[in-house]
Design a protein around this ligand. Structure first.
Ligand code: FE2
Length: 746
């Protein structure tokens, strides 16, 4: 918000300055013009009154008044009344006097004062000592003259005009002097000044108001980026234009000053020319009439020639007119003609100068106007530029401050490598490396020395090589600090390129991994312990299993020991089952169940009386019913042992048949699991191929034929049996003798 206010004030001040320069310049020009016009009007008015009075008075009366005692004469009264009438009819004229030249002196003849004037200046033929130069000019030039500036005499300060009174012979008989009180004229001037001051106040107020009103939209446009998009070309053109305008104004002002000087000189020359012409004509007339020019006339002539620098003409005049002895009428006429030409040239020159001055004033006005406009544009442009620069600086400063704060407060270490040296580091890295947070000057070997001696060589070489090639790198190492545990850190660095694509710096980030490393070690330690315990437990379980297996195997062997002819039956059934299981692609888990199940499938026989179990004769139905109880006895024996839980179906159902004619549960078809079916085939096969107390073992082909019939009757799984036939043909019958155990020999 602060930026917003500043911006509008800047724009406002710029606009106000521009408007004020323009407005005040125009006002001043108007004021000086009005003031000049005011004085010109006063002078013209006084001059007109003087000329009119000169025409109104009677030259003969004036010429006749030569004694102070003539105040009662009709001539004096007549002229006095006349100028009093004129004075009454005028405004702002204080005195109208008529003077005449008597010898080298001027004397008052008639004098009238307006009402309010303190006193009349004179009585008849009182000497007039305080004669302004303009009066003399009027006498010599025989034409009316006014005073450019006020003059003071004993009666006051005046603006005056003078007009010659000529008689019928064009001889100068007197001078009309018209005085206007300078104080009253100054009142008018003062009034102009007051009006000018009021105008200035209005102009200033309007300029400030306009600047304020205009600054709003301009500020808005600046904020929206609608600023004058400057280009070097445009700026140069603007600057050249501005310089040209300024130079033009300076040149014009200089020219104007010189022109004014020349104008004044020309005006003086014209006046003196008139006087010179008048005097020389008078002298010529006198000489031609055979007289001698008076000394006074000659002195005036000489004075004019000297003071106005006539050069060659002056010499000729002196030779032909002033000095009667060398007078030549032809040369004198030529001199007067030259003077007339000079006068014409001077008048023409003055006209040219006046016209030139008028157009110069216009050019000056236009120049000041352009300068004002240029100044406004330039100020606005500069204000915009300053606004943008200050905004950019503020933004940049803010971003830099935020960036610095961010870098300093980063929870990871940051340092900069420049030309192989560390030139910057944030607080976290200084903390990691073990130096003061305020340290800004870094030793060249600071990082090298901090790396643990066991890793220093390798790490330094890796970092040095990466920095040299300006390649990103990532290293893990330890920082060794005296009296403290080593810090495990990881440093990742990336090259930073400048606008030319050259790598000037490497920016490196360092993360403290100490806690991570410690945690990892703790996890690894704990994991090792768990592994060790698992192994112990596993070993214990294996041992337990092994023991249980041994117990069960002993039980099985105890069963088989009841009948020497069944010795090794369980292990052979196990082997046949495993062969078949392997052939149909059973997995390790299922093979293990098959192994244990077939091993203990007849364990229930422990509960069958030996007399029935080892009876060499045919069993009775009652005895057979007892035999058929052994699967259930087996389940009862091992049912509570976890390792045999999956084996129970084999123990209970290995005498079930697919056609439902088996025992003990008369299961049918799919009700009998695959592992049970396998064990049934193996059990039947071994029973038929083994020698028993009541018969010898049958040949393989015969056994397979019988089993084929059984299969065809739907008692056993035909598909499994077909595979079993292939397995047996490959591997053959397991010899019964091999399974002989020590107890059998005993
Ligand atoms: Fe059995």
């Amino acid at each position: 918000m602060h930026q917003k206010g500043t911006s509008r004030i800047t724009v406002f001040l710029s606009l106000a300055a521009g408007f004020l320069v323009l407005g005040l310049s125009c006002s001043y020009i108007l004021y000086t013009g009005a003031r000049e016009n005011y004085f010109r009007q006063i002078n013209t008015y006084l001059q007109t009154i003087a000329e009119l009075t000169a025409l109104q008075v009677n030259p003969d009366n004036i010429a006749s008044l030569n004694e102070p005692t003539q105040t009662n004469t009709p001539q004096f009264q007549s002229e006095t009344n006349r100028i009093e009438e004129i004075l009454t009819a005028t405004k702002s004229v204080t005195h109208i006097s008529i003077l005449k030249q008597v010898g080298p002196q001027y004397h008052f003849v008639v004098d009238a004062s307006s009402q309010g004037a303190e006193q009349s200046k004179s009585n008849l033929l009182d000497p007039a000592d305080e004669i302004p130069t303009e009066l003399t000019q009027a006498v010599t030039s025989r034409s009316s003259v006014f005073t450019d500036s006020s003059h003071t005499d004993r009666w006051g300060t005046w603006f005056s005009a003078y007009a010659p009174i000529l008689n019928a012979e064009s001889q100068l008989v007197g001078i009309v002097a018209v005085d206007s009180d300078a104080n009253k004229i100054s009142l008018g001037d003062l009034e102009l000044l007051q009006k000018f001051q009021v105008t200035l106040a209005i102009v200033i107020a309007v300029c400030i108001g306009m600047a304020w009103l205009a600054s709003g939209p301009i500020t808005q446009s600046v904020r929206q980026g609608e600023v004058w998009k400057s280009s070097p070309h445009r700026r140069i053109v603007a600057e050249v234009f501005l310089v040209a305008v300024v130079l033009g104004i300076i040149f014009e002002m200089g020219q104007s000053h010189l022109r004014n000087i020349e104008l004044i000189q020309t005006q003086n020359k014209i006046t003196s020319n008139q006087a010179l012409t008048s005097l020389s004509t008078k002298v010529l007339d006198t000489i031609q009439e055979g007289g001698t020019p008076s000394e006074e006339v000659q002195r005036d002539l000489d004075r004019i020639l000297i003071t106005n620098n006539y050069g060659q003409i002056a010499d000729t005049f002196k030779e032909t007119i002033v000095n009667p002895t060398s007078f030549s009428i032809s040369k004198a006429n030529k001199s007067v003609e030259s003077l007339a030409k000079l006068q014409t040239a001077s008048i023409e020159r003055m006209n040219v100068l006046q016209e030139s001055q008028s157009s110069a004033n216009l050019r000056l006005f236009i120049g000041i106007f352009l300068l004002s406009i240029s100044t406004i544009v330039l100020v606005r442009y500069t204000a915009n530029q300053e606004f943008r620069i200050s905004q950019n600086l503020e933004n940049t400063g803010s971003i830099q401050a935020q960036l610095s704060s961010l870098i300093e407060n980063l929870p990871i270490g940051l340092f900069v490598i420049e030309n192989g040296k560390i030139t910057f580091a944030n607080a976290e890295w200084k903390k990691q490396i073990g130096i003061q947070p305020t340290q800004t000057d870094f030793h060249p070997n600071l990082l090298t020395d901090a790396i643990h001696t066991e890793e220093r060589g390798v790490i330094v070489e890796k970092i040095t090589e990466a920095v040299k090639q300006a390649k990103p790198f990532q290293v893990q190492y330890r920082i060794a600090k005296p009296g403290e545990p080593a810090l495990h850190v990881e440093t990742r660095a990336v090259p930073v390129y400048d606008t030319d694509g050259v790598c000037r710096q490497m920016l490196a980030f360092t993360v403290d991994l100490t806690e991570t490393v410690i945690a990892k070690r703790e996890v690894e330690t704990a994991y090792g312990e768990v592994n060790h315990k698992n192994k112990l437990l596993s070993d214990a379980l294996a041992e337990l299993e092994k023991n249980l297996e041994s117990v069960v195997k002993s039980l099985v062997k105890a069963v088989e020991a009841k009948d020497p002819y069944t010795a090794g039956h369980s292990e052979r059934v196990m082997q046949y089952s495993l062969w078949l299981g392997e052939a149909i692609g059973l997995g390790p888990y299922e093979r293990r169940i098959l192994e244990l199940g077939t091993l203990v499938h007849d364990v229930g026989k422990i509960g069958i009386p030996d007399a029935i179990l080892t009876k060499p004769d045919r069993l009775t139905d009652a005895e057979y019913d007892i035999i058929k109880k052994h699967p259930e006895y087996g389940v009862n024996i091992i049912g509570n042992i976890e390792m045999f839980r999956e084996c129970l179906p084999i123990v209970r159902w290995h005498h079930e048949r697919l056609d439902g004619r088996g025992y003990p549960d008369q299961l049918k078809g799919e009700e009998i699991p695959v592992l049970v079916r396998i064990s049934a085939i193996a059990d039947i096969f071994d029973a038929m191929t083994s020698t028993r107390a009541y018969r010898t073992g049958m040949e393989l082909d015969k056994v397979l034929n019988i089993m084929n019939e059984i299969s065809e009757r739907g008692e056993i799984d035909a598909e499994l049996f077909a595979t079993f036939c292939q397995v047996i043909h490959q591997r053959g019958i397991i010899p019964q003798s091999v399974q002989q155990e020590p107890w059998k020999a005993a």
